[in-house]
Design a protein around this ligand. Structure first.
Ligand code: 5RP
Ligand code: FE2
Length: 223
């Protein structure tokens, strides 16, 4: 699987989201949109109306990361609106398989997310229901946190599970991904990298995306 970079607009200027999307569109594979409800995580960001506006403002596909309670109820609307990918947190979903299937039925890629302390093994039997597994490399809720190296063994185990069961499932990491950390995550087996502050904190965000991609491709060793 080719390495993909998904810049997170969590670190962008929310008053100029169309411009911020355009700043990375030459090099980004996705635009990562962090939806936080102030309940599942202690932070509040944006929701469906902003996603609908962003869909009109950019051709870059949206990678919606829902950090919300009751995603079974809300996730389908993001798929229906036209998001390219919709990811729900396993612990928040009461019927994850049904919700993943509904996201797919509505035409989006379906993702399941795990927090740093949540094991991957209980989900091994349902990897066929997902298009992407997201392993958080920070506790969700805020941008600009430090990458948690304790997640690296889980990235390796997830890679093994996906390779043996369902090779087409993408393995995304999110949180603290930067030029200092992306090689460790890529070497462990991740192939889709979310980066917020490392991209939008850079002088040239599009160039930062390309630098991150080059580091990950090298570390993945042509995997
Ligand atoms: O889901 C998230 C936080 O919950 C963000 O996507 C993530 O933290 C990106 O920001 P940074 O790269 O600055 O860590
Ligand atoms: Fe995210």
């Amino acid at each position: 699987m080719a390495i993909q970079i998904s810049p997170s607009i969590l670190s962008a200027d929310f008053a100029h989201l169309a411009d911020e999307a355009a700043a990375v569109s030459p090099s980004a594979d996705w635009l990562h949109v962090d939806v936080m409800d102030g309940h599942f995580v202690p932070n509040l960001t944006l929701g469906l109306p902003v996603v609908e506006s962003l869909l009109k403002a950019t051709d870059t596909p949206l990678d919606c990361h829902l950090m919300i309670e009751d995603p079974d109820r809300w996730a389908p609307a993001y798929a229906e609106a036209g998001a390219g990918s919709v990811t729900v947190h396993a612990r928040a979903a009461s019927a994850p398989v049904r919700t993943l299937r509904e996201i797919r039925r509505l035409g989006a890629r379906a993702g399941l997310a795990l927090n740093p302390a949540e094991p991957v093994e209980p989900y091994a039997d349902i990897v066929g229901e997902m298009d992407m597994l997201l392993l958080m490399t920070v506790e969700p809720g805020f941008g600009g946190q430090s990458f948690l190296d304790v997640v690296l063994p889980k990235i390796r185990r997830a890679r093994e599970i996906l390779d043996t069961r369902e090779a087409s499932v993408w393995l995304q990491v999110d949180g603290g991904v930067s030029a200092e950390t992306i090689e460790r995550a890529a070497e462990a087996g991740a192939d889709v990298f979310v980066a917020g502050s490392a991209v939008y904190g850079a002088q040239d965000p599009a160039k930062a995306v390309e630098s991150l991609r080059a580091l990950a491709v090298e570390a993945a060793g042509g995997r």
